[in-house]
Design a protein around this ligand. Sequence first.
Ligand SMILES: Cc1cc2nc3c(=O)[nH]c(=O)nc-3n(C[C@H](O)[C@H](O)[C@H](O)COP(=O)(O)O)c2cc1C
Length: 405
Amino acid sequence: MKRLVILTVVLALFAVPCHGQRRTRAPRRKVVQLTEPNVTGAMSLEEALASRRSVRSFSNQPLKWAQIGQLAWAGQGITDPQRGLRAAPSAGSVYPIELFFVTQEGVFVYRPAEHSLEQLTDQDVRMALVRDGKAQDSVAEAACNIVVAGSVRKLSERFKEKARNYMLMEAGHIAQNIQLQAVCLGLGSVTVGGFDTRGVRKVCGLTRGLEPIYVICVGYPAGEGAAETAGAGAAGKKAALIIASQNYHDAELFDTKRVLDAAQVQTFIAGPRRGVTRGTLGGVAESTVLANRLAVNDYDAIIFIGGPGATEYFTNPAALNIAREAVRSGKVLGAIGIAPTILANANVLAGIRATSLLTEQQRLVQAGAIYTGFAVERERQIITATGPEAAVLFGRAITEALAGR
Ligand SMILES: Cc1cc2nc3c(=O)[nH]c(=O)nc-3n(C[C@H](O)[C@H](O)[C@H](O)COP(=O)(O)O)c2cc1C
């Protein structure tokens, strides 16, 4: 794994429609030309076997293309170019499996013949895999999820009733290769079989003939080494988390705060009055700052937490001024759940890509926001999120913005 690898990203125009998505005009698709795989790794197979263990919690450090390329090669790379044979065995060399890489940069399909990744979308759908694909949280945390999808049809003519078994066996071979390669790269991984097939297919934009079999989460194990670098640089920054007098959404507050705390951001809870307040699920938080006296300049980030109670800020002049002042002075401004409506009412979302709980969509649109409905949106220093299921990613986006990324 020592050789330096160089990446070339080729922007190309493709006239073909992308996987299962209709387009009215040719989309501009990114193709990532991966560099030659390393075939002289430092770790022995025995060491890799001995140290492989399922890892389900990951840091937010992204993977390099070279690492992703190495994983792709281990799973489906061509190892015998003359005969077109690949790293994993395949019944009759039919190769019914395709690998899809889901990262913060979008969804990519691996093209073994070119050893390249073709981008299907530039949207980060990891959270959607959890929400709509009913996959576990590890999927939202992992820097890279490899969706192993197979076409039983490709095998059925030749292998009849054995086709499906063969397809699943092949997926197992590929997954094992990828997990062992991950170990050699110093990465953690888990093979996830528990998800909603239709949901994952839809989120990744796969054609109906392709069945998602596995989602392999790969990333740096949480809390290891340089793992927290994505939030590094945010340490010591100050964030005010503004909650309602009651009925803030617990997860929106606590999950966001946990991510900020982990990045050593100093967090301050602000509310309409000082003291203990309860969330909708009974969680307890203590406000130490009065929201209507909050001095925006004392903080690097201002974050409005949602939950039914947050409506009290919708037309509150002090809250709206805080949002405006935050934008004027270039602070990071965040809002989650229903709270993006506060930003909409403060007139700071015009022309900005934003998201929120679906109930608020109209309000955001009326305020001129470009509503996307994605789990988390960031445009410039304004970060919005859909709700509790997006709180961890919301927290990460805030720490990255605080770190100047
Ligand atoms: C077919 C299959 C499906 C699996 N599905 C999941 C899953 O949905 N979620 C998960 O966390 N782990 C899943 N695993 C990982 C197992 O839980 C894990 O391999 C097992 O606990 C043994 O631990 P080890 O991998 O560290 O040796 C799956 C493993 C296999 C082989």
